[in-house]
Design a protein around this ligand. Structure first.
Ligand code: CMP
Length: 141
């Protein structure tokens, strides 16, 4: 395994449920370090661009509306094998299929309102991190 970074978002439902600290604690317990973080309200253009890969999917419009329905917390996680580790901590996209003890199994309500986003590959992580943060905003340690 190698030292990696991945992009994580606590989505509007996670912020509304007041579980940012719970989610961050799960990252830290798994050995992931938060090296950048920002709370922000996404614009429609930002949400459409971020999820551009899903533009043709039937859920795209609803996904964008939901992602701009309230503030999100965006962070960069660093650690050994961070991309896969974060996906393990999050659990499957659909909370009904997520393993017990994962963020989505414990905290999410539906496949859309699933509390967290995490990059699905090292290539996408690099693209998604650059979407939100400049290199100088990252604080590796
Ligand atoms: P995320 O990991 O952020 O990536 C795309 C998001 O689309 C996904 O989490 C879900 O929140 C959302 N989504 C809504 N419906 C679906 C669906 N049927 N399949 C996959 N993702 C969906």
């Amino acid at each position: 395994m190698s030292l990696e970074r991945t992009l994580s978002i606590v989505k509007p439902d996670g912020v509304r449920k007041n579980v940012i600290g719970d989610v961050f604690h799960r990252f830290e317990k798994a050995g992931l370090r938060i090296v950048a973080a920002r709370m922000m309200q996404l614009t429609q253009a930002q949400a459409e661009a971020f999820y551009g890969v899903h533009r043709a999917r039937p859920f795209f419009r609803d996904l964008v509306s939901y992602m701009i329905s309230g503030p999100v917390m965006v962070q960069v996680l660093e650690g050994e094998g961070a991309v896969l580790k974060n996906r393990d901590v999050m659990g499957a996209t659909d909370p009904k299929k997520a393993a017990p003890g994962t963020i989505r199994a414990d905290l999410a309500d539906s496949i859309e309102q699933n509390v967290v986003h995490g990059s699905d590959s090292a290539d996408n992580a690099a693209r998604e991190i650059a979407f939100f943060f400049s290199e100088t905003e990252l604080c590796p340690r």
